[in-house]
Design a binder for this molecule. Sequence first.
Ligand code: C2E
Ligand code: MG
Ligand code: MG
Ligand code: MG
Length: 282
Amino acid sequence: HAKERGRNNWQMYSEDLTHQAVERLKLENDIRKGLERGEFVLHYQPIVDTADSRIVGVEALLRWQHPERGLLEPSAFIPVAEESGLIIPLGHRALDAACAQGAAWQRAGIAPARIAVNLSGSQLRMPDFTHGLMALLAHHGLDAGRLVLELTEGLVMDGDPAIAAELHRLRAAGVHFALDDFGIGYSSIAHLKRLPIGSLKIDRSFVHGLFDNPNDAGITTAILAMARHLGLDVVAEGVETAAERDFLREAGCRTMQGYLFSPPRPAAEMETLLRDALREPA
Ligand code: C2E
Ligand code: MG
Ligand code: MG
Ligand code: MG
């Protein structure tokens, strides 16, 4: 680093910031263009009942088919989309596509019981989100009871009464809610009980640490016990090994999602899985 130290620190710092700002602006513009060109697609990952191996749900996960960079995962674009407000049209695109796909699977008689879509806080804070969503469901012909909106702890725990009211309205219309990445933020049980949340998704960092970190095993077991007492369903995320699956089952968790069962897949591949599952006796 001798060479760097020789240079003007302030100048380097400011060049770096300029570079970052330019990259960010470029990404923002690319997301905007990508939206216009329909480059954002959903992949679907099965959620499995490990007691009988049935697919009880699918989670829709955004992917960006970038013209130069190939298939991009959300970490490459969601943070900038959140900061720039582009998460609103992007999130709408995801909801629209998931509802259209869910309705098509429903008509084909192969829809899983639940179709989960991740929701950003800014979407829920849009005026008339509930009406918009109801119109979307009606437009595509998807049963509201098949839709699960995955929320983050931060959104749910900030205690905003307007958000709570919106969630209750949506729940009354049939929509389900899951609390995503559970355990990594701060969660108040009092809040959980006041909101119409039906399930918790244990963050994959805990599942990953089950055998290396005694705290992770303890936290996972505690979450499962708490959920049982509150009458909440639990989905364990990021299950990659049979040992993790067995530990979780032993601890009382039946429903799981992870590479052990299937990675997220393009819609057509997911459809093949759903058809095959119907052909086999459960
Ligand atoms: P998430 O909702 O917690 O989704 C689960 C993530 O775990 C997905 O990452 C999935 O591919 C990954 N995953 C699943 N099984 C395994 C496993 O066994 N091992 C490991 N290591 N990972 C696994 P992905 O697809 O990269 O999505 C990342 C995050 O981006 C999502 O986390 C979600 O918060 C956000 N996201 C995705 N789609 C949307 C969307 O339509 N709207 C919004 N607002 N956020 C989205
Ligand atoms: Mg990923
Ligand atoms: Mg999720
Ligand atoms: Mg998660």
